[in-house]
Design a protein around this ligand. Structure first.
Ligand SMILES: O=C(O)CCC(=O)C(=O)O
Ligand SMILES: [Fe+2]
Length: 472
């Protein structure tokens, strides 16, 4: 990670340097004309962002000249399409970058999308203005090893042998070859996690510049028509004066009162179908893809595909926030200020099931998008802090179009898929006011590390006073 306290590069004298910056071209979806005319930055939002951390590298280190735009009237989308060496240039640019890219890119990717719509201004402004962090424990704790069914804490070989030797042997890690292989995997995973934020920014930029969607309409801002009437009614009720939990529960299905798990139709059948078509098209493209989370191997990150701002942020801010505020006021439901959203895909020959875990989230929405499948039910235990957490589990079938609402700390997993394919949109909802006090992954005061985008939802701000009975 770039060190935020290291000196920031001086502002470039001329914006021509930014003109040639591959990250700018990529980040602006190949529409840099929106921002630059000749050698001048035209948007005031951008002049404030002229301290481009990448441009010095572009001047001296770019491997080939990048196309330079004309004026808005003469340039076209094709003018700025970058292929070939862009990937390596992006990677080296990011390596040489002196500070997290998100704030800088947030201000840049602030105009027209490549498909003519407008991305949510509020969301981009939020990403540009607020600095989110992750907890340092992300790179050393909860390292999942599927074949031994274990989440491990890992610092070095000595610590691994000392803390897990007998347990690992009992799970089948017996020979020294087994142990060496595990060690290598853990070292690789730690490296992957360290690079994750910046690599994700690079992938997002590349996708924005070079990917051609099959269903561009899903990238325009969330329309009511995409939503199930029941979901809209529940959210609308939640914002009405005098709304209370009892009234809201009449508009949702209570799956388990004791576990506080609810279900509600979220998306229309037509929208599920359109979104699935787009996700499949992206999956089949040759674009780079990040892993949805540390346990699932197949799926799509909404941030990288460019669906966070038009789809997930409005879903959280307009609909989930009022709903969750009534359902889970004691878990930060009224303070949700960021999310991590991804689609998980299960299919024969790919991921089939998901081990028991809790989410790095205060609250979770999990919507089944399709396709046809059997099996793959969720199971829920108790809260992860409770000693008898897995004693009595509850099976919950997915219903296409509907979302399950649950607390992030509720232990859960997915049973094996039997037939077909299952695609689910999972939104981990985060409240910095809650997690700033206690990281749900290491259960300690978080050790904050600056991160890209929403990071893991921590902030350096003083937490708002919030009633929290969880994680104490
Ligand atoms: O497979 C599912 O539906 C559950 C996914 C899940 O729990 C997660 O990604 O956190
Ligand atoms: Fe989960």
């Amino acid at each position: 990670m770039p060190n935020p306290s290291s000196p920031v590069q001086p502002a470039p004298r001329s914006c021509l340097r930014i003109h040639n910056c591959p990250v700018l071209h990529a980040a602006s979806g190949g529409s840099a004309k929106r921002f630059l005319v000749g050698d001048r930055v035209v948007s005031p939002a951008l002049s404030a962002s002229c301290d481009c951390p990448i441009s010095p590298r572009c001047d001296s280190g770019a491997t080939r000249p990048y196309p330079v735009l004309g004026t808005p009237s003469t340039s076209s989308r094709e003018d700025v399409f970058l292929r070939g060496p862009i990937q390596s240039s992006l990677t080296s640019a990011v390596k040489n970058c002196q500070r997290p890219l998100a704030a800088w890119l947030g201000a840049l990717v602030y105009g027209r999308t490549r498909y003519g719509g407008w991305r949510g201004r509020f969301a981009m402004a939020t990403a540009a203005q607020r600095r989110f962090c992750r907890c340092a424990c992300f790179c050393s704790q909860n390292l999942y090893v599927a074949r031994y069914g274990l989440h491990l804490h890992f610092r070095d070989e000595h610590q691994l042998r000392r803390d897990y030797g007998p347990l690992l042997r009992s799970r089948g890690c017996v020979t020294s070859k087994d142990f060496q292989q595990l060690l290598e995997e853990l070292e690789q995973e730690v490296g992957r996690r360290r690079r994750l934020g910046q690599e994700s920014v690079v992938r997002k930029a590349l996708i924005a510049s070079s990917y051609h969607p099959a269903r561009p309409e899903v990238y325009s801002s969330l329309q009511d028509a995409a939503l199930a009437p029941e979901f809209m009614a529940a959210a609308e009720y939640s914002t009405s004066p005098g709304a209370d939990l009892e009234g809201l529960l009449q508009r949702l299905e209570t799956v388990s009162e004791e576990k506080r798990i609810y279900r509600v139709p979220v998306f229309s059948a037509k929208f599920c179908q359109t979104l699935l078509e787009e996700l499949e098209h992206f999956e089949q493209s040759d674009m780079p893809k990040g892993r949805p989370n540390t346990m699932n191997n197949h799926g799509v990150l909404m941030y990288e595909l460019g669906l966070d701002d038009p789809l997930v942020t409005p879903l959280r801010e307009r609909f989930l926030l009022p709903l969750m505020a009534l359902l889970y006021p004691d878990y930060g439901g009224g303070y949700l200020d960021s999310h991590r959203a991804f689609v998980v895909k299960y299919a024969l020959g790919q991921d089939l099931e998901l081990g028991c875990h809790y989410d790095n989230a205060e609250l979770t929405l999990n919507v089944a998008l399709g396709k046809d499948f059997t099996g793959g039910a969720l199971y829920f235990g108790g809260l992860f802090q409770s000693p008898a957490a897995l004693k009595e589990t509850l099976e919950v079938e997915h219903v296409v179009g509907s979302g399950i609402l649950h607390r992030g700390g509720q232990l859960h997993g997915a049973r094996p898929l039997c037939k077909g394919e299952r695609w689910n949109l999972v939104v981990w909802l985060r409240a910095s006011a809650v997690r700033n006090r206690l990281c749900p992954m290491c259960c300690q005061k978080p050790e904050l590390v600056d991160d890209e985008g929403f990071g893991d939802g921590f902030t350096r701000e003083e937490p708002t006073t919030v009633d929290v009975c969880v994680l104490t």
